[in-house]
Structure formats: structure tokens, C-alpha cells
Ligand binder design. Structure first.
Ligand SMILES: *[C@@H]1O[C@H](CO)[C@@H](O)[C@H](O)[C@H]1NC(C)=O
Ligand SMILES: *[C@@H]1O[C@H](CO)[C@@H](O)[C@H](O)[C@H]1NC(C)=O
Ligand SMILES: *[C@@H]1O[C@H](CO)[C@@H](O)[C@H](O)[C@H]1NC(C)=O
Length: 156
């Protein structure tokens, strides 16, 4: 009798486990991302990118980095003393494909604020590039980086 109810219990578990597994969006959309992170380092150079002297290149601290999608600012971050910025997004609200194809990073803090010899108007713009995802604890974190900043005199 006990064995019979155990068997029935196992069947019930097995019966419910299958639909649960199928309900995982990961099965249809690829690995399920728990978090999207956009990160990079902004440098105090005419184009915001790392210079020929590599890590000796001065960084651009306290710059406001905007994530713009379809012309709208959807998130912002400020670079820290190491020029580093990081924007975290909920993948429920952002599709990876949209971030790569329809969004860009815009820096309108003038370059002159980190080096007076650099322009005091205009700003930096970069598209985004997906570099992969890593499992951090239980969260699969997808990381995007700037594909390369360019100076744009019309950014304001
Ligand atoms: C790179 O470093 C050398 C040696 O310190 C220096 O003379 C040169 O100006 C630096 N170049 C740039 C672009 O900062
Ligand atoms: C900038 O942030 C990074 C990552 O959190 C950290 O490792 C670094 O020490 C920070 N730099 C400064 C100057 O606070
Ligand atoms: C400031 O920018 C100018 C022009 O790019 C460059 O020659 C100079 O080395 C920079 N100064 C510092 C302290 O990085």
C-alpha cells in the first residue's frame, strides 16, 4: 500500500515536472538571461577610446553616459574615478537584439571637462556589442560593451 502511494506520488511529480520544464522560455529563446549589463571604460581622449599608451591613457571620470533607444534616454550612469560605467537592465524590458540594433551610448558631458585641450561642445557616441553571458550565482548575466566611441560634434 505504501509502495503504491509512493509510486502514484512519483508519477504525479513526473507529470508536473514536464510542463514546468517546457514552460521555461530558455527552451525557445536560448539561454535565459536574468540580467543585462552594459559596461565600459571611458577615456579622456579625442574619441573616448583607449589610446596608444594603453592603460596609461587618462580616463574620463564623472561623465554622464546615456543609453538611448529610438532617440529616448532609457537609462543613465556616471563614470567613476576609474572611468568605469555600468548600466544594469532587466531583460524583461529589453530585448538583446533591440539593444544591439536600436540603442546606443551617448556621452554629452564635454570632453573639455577632463582635458581643457579637448572640445567643449559635442560628445561621444557608440553602438553596443554583445560579448556573451556568464553565470553569476543563480543569475545569467548578459554583458554588452561599447563597440567603439566616436566623437560627434552634434551631440548635445
Ligand atoms: C605615450 O607615452 C609616451 C611616453 O610616456 C609619451 O611621450 C606620449 O606622449 C604618450 N602618448 C599619448 C598619446 O599619450
Ligand atoms: C570604479 O568602479 C570599479 C568597479 O566597481 C572599481 O573596481 C573601481 O575601484 C572604481 N574606481 C574608483 C576610483 O572608485
Ligand atoms: C589633453 O589632450 C591633448 C589633445 O588630445 C593631448 O595632447 C594632451 O596630452 C592631453 N593632456 C592630458 C593630461 O592627458
Amino acid at each position: 500500500m505504501a509502495l503504491k502511494s509512493l509510486l502514484l506520488f512519483s508519477l504525479l511529480i513526473a507529470g508536473t515536472a514536464v510542463p514546468l520544464a517546457e514552460a521555461q522560455p530558455g527552451g525557445i529563446l536560448g539561454p535565459l538571461l536574468g540580467l543585462l549589463r552594459i559596461q565600459g571604460i571611458l577615456y579622456c581622449t579625442p574619441n573616448g577610446n583607449i589610446g596608444v599608451n594603453a592603460t596609461a591613457t587618462p580616463v574620463f571620470p564623472n561623465a554622464l553616459v546615456q543609453l538611448q533607444c529610438g532617440g529616448n534616454v532609457v537609462s543613465t550612469a556616471t563614470t567613476n574615478g576609474s572611468g568605469l560605467f555600468s548600466i544594469l537592465l532587466d531583460p524583461v524590458n529589453f530585448l538583446l537584439s533591440t539593444l544591439v540594433s536600436g540603442c546606443k551610448l551617448v556621452v554629452n558631458t564635454p570632453l573639455a571637462s577632463c582635458n581643457a585641450s579637448l572640445p567643449s561642445v559635442g560628445g561621444l557616441v557608440s553602438n553596443l556589442q554583445f560579448i556573451g553571458s556568464t553565470l553569476t550565482g543563480l543569475l545569467n548575466v548578459g554583458t554588452l560593451i561599447p563597440s567603439g566611441f566616436q566623437f560627434n560634434a552634434n551631440v548635445n
